[in-house]
Design a protein around this ligand. Structure first.
Ligand SMILES: *Cc1c(COP(=O)(O)O)cnc(C)c1O
Length: 377
């Protein structure tokens, strides 16, 4: 079976992990965690980055910082469960609006109509590493005094008009899950763009709601419980695995883009004939992280047949993606869809994802494309 993803692995990661183990420093907030956070701050351009135990925890920390029971958060329905559930756990309601068919990102022109006096946060998702229309979203947030939390789980190292995704909204959430471009197994980060008070609160909520970090820095002689938080610190072992990948971010990014472009080139004729619909990068995407390669098929029946063909006849793992959240038990219970579902369901049913990972090699891409073409013969 041709695998769907494979996280990068460098010998430096193994050395780092051994070093952490031999030093007996495996709990959170050691040197490797600090170095990962510094890399993120310097390279993505944010005031403060906090590594977390997952992308989900990065979102849950963001939710703790932004919403209270009864608040509303505007999110797309075409996303991972925890984009919405993080806020719901804090007692807020998720309000879904439709996506744009071209990027599968939240339609920025539908956001304003969904705003009520309860709305607190707009949480765009940068699907497949392509930025949502952040200029418009930031303008709406400013006008209505709302907070913007970017779910940049898939968009690490991508840019929107020259700015790193995750650094544009008030808060950004990254994922370093094994399936993402840079992996620490399970992990993520919450980024604070520039608000020092918010950064200070994030630091304490992440340390179980205590001022322990200030105590460790020698600013206090004991630490105490201040408000509600949780333990969001990943182990040093995970940070030790991640750091060498971050240091090679450009190399990983170039390679992923190469494979993504090869798919596009080799499938261009199917796109021209109207058999499939290839994704197009908007001009605003000034740096692309090639997080995933997907295209759209005719309809869900063709997709079901295609996935079966690829998996069983060709032994190549291909996948559909999110079931829109509003159409689930959880969605009915904790959320509502505002406006018309013109594209979310329809387009999600046509979308199919191909294997894409660091160092997969041209021959693997070529073999997959041949298999795709065989399906249509
Ligand atoms: C992966 C992902 C998450 C969750 O990240 P985890 O690290 O798996 O918890 C959240 N939102 C989106 C859009 C994602 O792709």
């Amino acid at each position: 079976m041709v695998r769907f993803h494979l996280p990068p692995l460098f010998d430096d990661s193994l050395k780092n992990i051994e070093e952490a183990l031999r030093k007996g420093e495996t709990c959170g907030d050691g040197d490797f965690t600090a170095k990962c956070e510094e890399w993120i701050q310097d390279n993505l351009g944010v005031y403060e980055a906090h590594l977390t135990t997952s992308g989900t925890d990065a979102l849950e920390l963001a939710a703790m910082l932004t919403v209270e029971p009864g608040d509303e958060v505007i999110v797309p329905s075409f996303t991972f469960v925890t984009t919405a559930s993080s806020y719901v756990r804090q007692g807020a309601k998720a309000v879904f609006v439709d996506v744009r068919p071209d990027t599968m990102n939240i339609d920025e022109n539908l956001i304003e109509d969904a705003i009520t006096e309860k709305t607190k946060v707009i949480c765009p998702v940068h699907y497949a590493g392509v930025g949502a229309e952040m200029d418009k979203i930031m303008e709406i947030a400013k006008k209505h005094n709302l907070i913007v939390v970017e779910d940049a789980a898939q968009a690490v190292y991508s840019q929107y008009k020259g700015k790193s995704l995750g650094s544009i909204g008030d808060i950004g959430c990254l994922s370093f899950h094994e399936t993402k471009n840079y992996s620490m197994g399970e992990g993520g980060a919450t980024l604070i763009r520039d608000d020092k008070e918010l950064a200070d609160e994030a630091e304490r909520r992440r340390e179980s709601g205590t001022n322990r970090r200030r105590y460790i820095r020698g600013e206090l002689d004991k630490y105490t419980w201040e408000f509600l938080g949780s333990s969001f610190l990943p182990s040093e072992l995970n940070a030790a695995l991640l750091l060498p990948q971050l240091e090679r971010a450009e190399q990983i990014n170039v390679d992923r883009n190469h494979s993504w472009n090869l798919y596009v080139e080799m499938l261009a004729d199917l796109d021209k004939q109207g058999i499939i619909e290839l994704p197009k990068l908007p001009e605003s995407c000034t740096r692309f992280n090639a997080h995933m390669f997907y295209y759209k098929m005719k309809d869900i029946d063709e997709r079901t047949a295609f996935i079966d063909y690829m998996m069983n006849k060709k032994k190549i793992k291909v996948m559909s993606h999110y079931i829109p959240l509003h159409d689930t038990n959880g969605g009915h219970k904790y959320a509502r869809f505002h406006g018309e579902d013109k594209w979310t369901t329809k387009e999600s049913e046509r979308l199919v994802r191909m294997p894409l990972y660091y160092n997969m090699g041209d021959d693997t891409v070529e073999m997959i494309v041949e298999a795709i073409k065989d399906f249509y013969k």
